[in-house]
Structures are given as C-alpha cells and as structure tokens.
Design a protein around this ligand. Structure first.
Ligand SMILES: *Cc1c(COP(=O)(O)O)cnc(C)c1O
Length: 359
C-alpha cells in the first residue's frame, strides 16, 4: 500500500473553534468549509465542528453534502446563486445566498416561489472582487426588502483584502466604508475572516467567518497557527522507501539540480506532487524525520521526494516522515514553496489515504 497518508486531528479542529470563540467572544462563528474543508474533508470537518453556529461553502453541491450529512445549522453559499435554476435547490435545502451583483436581484425578482430565501448582501469595501460598491448598497438593500421571495432578515457582509497585515490601513478603511454603507440598515453584520478575528477586533461584527484558523493555519507573514494558539488539523506523512549512499559530485533527480557536496546518504520518501506535495518546494524545504528536520534535495517528482540524511545516521527504510502538520508547520513548508498553507492542504490529492485521529 502506498505510504502517503493525511491524518486529520479531530480534537484540534474542536479546540481551534474554541480558540476562535475565545478571540471573538459573544460572536457567532460561521465555519468556512469551502474546498472540501480546506482539503481536510467536508463531512469530517462538519462533524468535528458541530459546535459552529453556521457553515460557509463555495457552492450548492457542498451545501447538499452538508445537509446529507445531517448538518442543521445555517449554511451560506459564499458566492450565491450562479443561475436562476439554483434558487429551487437553495430553498429545498434551506441554504442562504450571498447576493453580490444586481443580476442576482433580477433573478430573485423574477422568481415566483413563495418560500422566502435568506440572503446576505455583499459589499465591496476595497477588495474589488465580489460585491456592491458602497453607493449602490441602499438601493440593492431596498430592492431585496421589497421582494416576497426574500426573507426580511438580510445579512450584511464584506471581505478584507489585507487583514493578515495587522498594520495595513486598508482594513480600517474597509471597516469604515462598511459602517458608512450600512448605517441604519437592519441586519446581522459579518466582516472578519481568520486574520480579521486575530488582528481586527473592531471588525468582529455579529458573525466571524473563520476558515484557516479552524484548521490551525495562519496567513500572517512569518507567523504560524501555533503563534496564535491554534493546532494543526492535518498531518501529511509518508515513509522512507530507500536510502542511497552517494558520492561527492553525484547529482540528484530531474534536471540534476542538486549535487552532493560530499559522500553522503540520501533518503527517498514515497510522496510527490501526485499526492499534493508541492513541486515548487525548493531544495532546503524541511521534512520531519524522527522528530528532527531534514532538508529535501533536488526536484520534487510525481511520486517521490529525496532528502539529505547527513544529520540522520540512524535512519532506516520504513521510517515515517512528516511532510507537514504536527512538529512541522505547513506555513513553513509553504514559504519554501512560494505559497500559503491553505494552498497545500487544499491540494492533497485523492491518492492520499485519509485517516482520523481523536487527539
Ligand atoms: C474563504 C473565505 C473566508 C475565510 O477566510 P480565512 O482566511 O480562511 O479565514 C471568509 N469569508 C469569505 C467570503 C471567504 O471566501
């Protein structure tokens, strides 16, 4: 059996939710579970996070999966309906739709279904991706309020572009723009993503929308989840399947990018980009072997990674190797691969065996 496996730490997910509540006391927590729960497994994450007040998904199909798994909390589809035909399924499953564009209001206005749909009006306060510009907010809100097909309790939300930089003034401007655009409008407010929870208490609103923090991952430059009291929810591991004694000058892997500076042992680990380990991970990216770091050397290939064993004379074939997770923050690996931790956990492929562990 292929050795690559991802262990999902159920208690870590639960404790991370508790930690989010501690950081945003009295606020409701919408657990963001898009992209299969950031790669951890949607149903598994929802079960572990039963204590969340609601869930945020990227598409209706994920809402279907959550309802089929017995989730009874509120579920928000973060980009809302993509076409008018989505409305009946959203109503059937009691999903809530973000409304970010006038065309979605047109679709709602043309809809004759009597069951009122709950919606969240999305306001673009500076991210410039989805949402109504502040001058259009009151008109959009008034239109939604008039529609019998829309529930009267309309949520109000925005999304931060740079909240992971705790001194970036854009977030303050976004909060101010949100407050000005929504002043006097009834409805629950939701502004903060994980970094908003960590760094911007004035933006906690009624709901926080936490994703990465629940999985123990930080997007704050140079900081890892543990720095904020979070525990990694995924450990990706594999095994050493070969140990080779190479001599000075030998080159390793595709394109021969790494050359042995001396006679040395090089280990081969059964994991590669076919498992979701990033091909962009440069020589020097750490893995964990017997509780200590070993650097990868040479190119990551589809099924295999080569590592420098000079500091590991005890290494044996079959030894477990941790690629990220417990003892090796995914953020550190991501930094060596030129990306963020979210990208790595989302990218673990179906070839990897997923297991759960209580601790
Ligand atoms: C993904 C997402 C979040 C969660 O962001 P994190 O950085 O993972 O906490 C919150 N809100 C919206 C609209 C999102 O798309």
């Amino acid at each position: 059996m292929r050795a690559s496996s991802a262990t999902i730490h159920i208690d870590a997910l639960r404790e991370n939710l508790r930690r989010v509540r501690e950081l945003a006391p009295g606020r409701k927590v919408m657990a963001i579970v898009k992209a299969d729960g950031y790669g951890h497994g949607l149903e598994r994450v929802a079960r572990a996070l039963q204590g969340a007040d609601g869930f945020g998904v990227a598409c209706i199909a994920d809402g279907q999966r959550l309802r089929a798994a017995g989730v009874s909390q509120r579920i928000v589809v973060l980009s809302g309906l993509d076409e008018p035909a989505d409305l009946s399924e959203m109503r059937r499953l009691n999903l809530e739709s973000v409304v970010h564009h006038p065309v979605q209001i047109d679709w709602l206005a043309a809809d004759r279904d009597a069951r009122p749909l709950r919606v969240w009006l999305k306001i673009d306060t500076g991210m410039h991706r989805l949402g109504f510009a502040p001058p259009q907010v009151r008109d959009a809100y008034a239109r939604l309020r008039e529609l019998p097909s829309v529930h009267r309790d309309i949520g109000l939300m925005t999304h931060f572009a740079n909240s992971d930089a705790f001194d970036d003034p854009l977030t303050t401007r976004q909060v101010d723009a949100f407050e000005a655009a929504t002043a006097g409008l009834a409805g629950e407010r939701a502004l903060a993503n994980s970094a908003g929870v960590l760094g911007w208490p004035e933006a906690h609103g009624d709901w926080v929308r936490a994703g990465g923090a629940l999985y123990g991952i930080s997007v704050v430059e140079g900081r890892v989840g543990a720095d904020f009291g979070f525990r990694p929810a995924m450990t990706l591991s594999s095994r050493l399947i070969a140990i080779n004694r190479l001599v000075r000058g030998d080159r390793i892997g595709y394109a021969s990018t790494w050359q042995c500076p001396e006679d040395m042992a090089v280990g081969v680990v059964a994991i590669g980009y076919g498992d979701g380990y990033p091909r962009s991970a440069a020589s020097g990216t750490p893995v964990l072997l017997d509780g200590r770091y070993a650097p990868i050397v040479g190119r990551v290939s589809m099924d295999l990674v080569t590592i420098d064993l000079r500091a590991h004379p005890q290494a044996r074939i079959g030894d477990p190797v941790i690629l990220w997770g417990r003892g090796l923050p995914v953020e550190d690996v991501a930094a060596h691969a030129g990306t963020i931790g979210y990208d790595l956990t989302c990218g673990v492929t179906r070839r990897v065996r997923f297991t759960e562990e209580a601790g």
